[in-house]
Design a protein around this ligand. Structure first.
Ligand code: PHE
Length: 357
């Protein structure tokens, strides 16, 4: 019995899996197992021998069964430990490195522009994309007979039969947000208003929907000099090139007086455009001092307040900064294009963390 005990206790200790354990159980305490066979021998013994051997065999059987159960539990624990190790997951790791979606260059540039102007004390204002012709035109000193209305290729919304109120329009520029903002918050103010605008036009450099960012700064003593400084500061930060020069050309907008179109310095070398160097100029925005009639329409006293406004094409500056040749590709939803020109979703542009790098 001691030999049997020693043999099975050792084999059970060595068993590496449940199948081996089951095999051992059959061989030791199964119907035809060694211990069971010994128990059958009890009948041939004298009563005295049986009194000693019987309890001893039962105790051995119990001992083996206990050892088998303990080993079985230990194997299950070890298996669970293995699994926990193998299936371990660090939930603090960043999301999958193989990115699926990307941030559209227009969204990226809108964020970049907002970050730069926020640093100069501008907040972001918004207005509706479907607006009344009063906000889009009249309040901006563009009366109904004015040629600018025709030039803007405006989309007019349909009105029900018999409803002869003037139609709503898809805003042709972000300038109506100037009016809405001053109406609501008065002066002084310093805001930008990025967003979608619409004009009925389609070719390599025009799409019926595109993006602008409006700028508006109203205070007691704001001048064209402040405008020039703000814009040069903006372009240097945006193109990530120090000291970009701007050129102001006299122009005309009904809502500013005086008005200027603004160009940035660039060069064309071997068909390659470089911003901030050379003696070429690229037009990037319209601007000027807000017309007194515009201030008045928005409920701001032109005797007391003055300021500048500008409107810039977001699509255009995105093309310039990121070398995108065709405007229409922005709105094609071509996945190959989006993967190539898109930005990683967690790289939020900030001035301290970097705009695009
Ligand atoms: N709204 C003008 C446009 O769309 C741009 C502009 C805005 C010009 C503000 C001057 C001042 O072309």
């Amino acid at each position: 019995m001691d030999d049997l005990r020693a043999k099975y206790i050792e084999l059970i200790a060595k068993a590496g899996d449940e199948a081996t354990l089951e095999d051992l159980r059959v061989k030791a305490v199964g119907k035809k197992g060694e211990i069971s066979l010994q128990m059958r021998e009890l009948g041939k013994m004298t009563p005295e021998e049986r009194q000693v051997a019987g309890p001893a065999l039962n105790a051995l059987k119990d001992e083996i069964n206990t050892a088998l159960a303990a080993k079985k539990a230990a194997l299950a624990d070890a298996a669970l430990d293995e699994r926990l190790k193998a299936e371990w997951l660090d939930v603090t790791l960043p999301v999958r490195t193989q990115r699926r979606g990307t941030i559209h260059p227009i969204s990226q540039v809108t964020e970049e522009v907002s970050a730069i102007f926020a640093d100069m004390g501008f907040s972001v204002a918004e207005g509706p994309q479907i607006d009344t012709d009063w906000y889009n035109f009249d309040a901006l000193n563009i009366p109904s007979h004015h040629p600018a209305r025709a030039e803007m290729d405006t989309f007019y919304m349909h009105r029900a039969e018999g409803d002869d109120r003037p139609p709503h329009v898809l805003r042709t520029h972000t300038s109506p947000v100037q009016i809405r903002h001053m109406e609501k918050f008065g002066a002084p103010c310093r805001v930008i208003a990025p967003g979608r605008v619409y004009r009925a036009d389609y070719d390599q450099t025009h799409t019926p929907m595109f993006h602008q960012v409006e700028g508006l700064a109203i205070d007691k003593d704001i001048s064209m000099a402040n405008l020039k400084w703000v814009l040069e500061e903006f372009f240097s930060a945006f193109f990530e090139i120090d000291g970009i020069k701007t050129r102001f050309r006299a122009s005309h907008f009904p809502f500013t007086e005086p008005s200027a179109e603004v160009d940035i310095q660039c060069s064309w070398v071997d068909g390659q455009l470089k911003i901030g160097e050379g003696d070429g100029w690229l037009e990037v925005l319209g601007s000027g001092m807000v017309h007194p009639k515009v201030l008045q329409a928005a409920g701001v006293d032109p005797e007391e307040w003055q300021g500048f406004a500008f409107g810039m094409g977001i699509d255009r500056i995105s093309m310039l900064k990121y070398g995108i040749p065709d405007l229409r590709a922005f709105f094609d939803s071509d996945l190959r294009w989006l993967r190539h020109y898109g930005f990683a979703s967690l790289d939020v542009p900030t001035l301290h963390g970097g705009l695009s790098k």
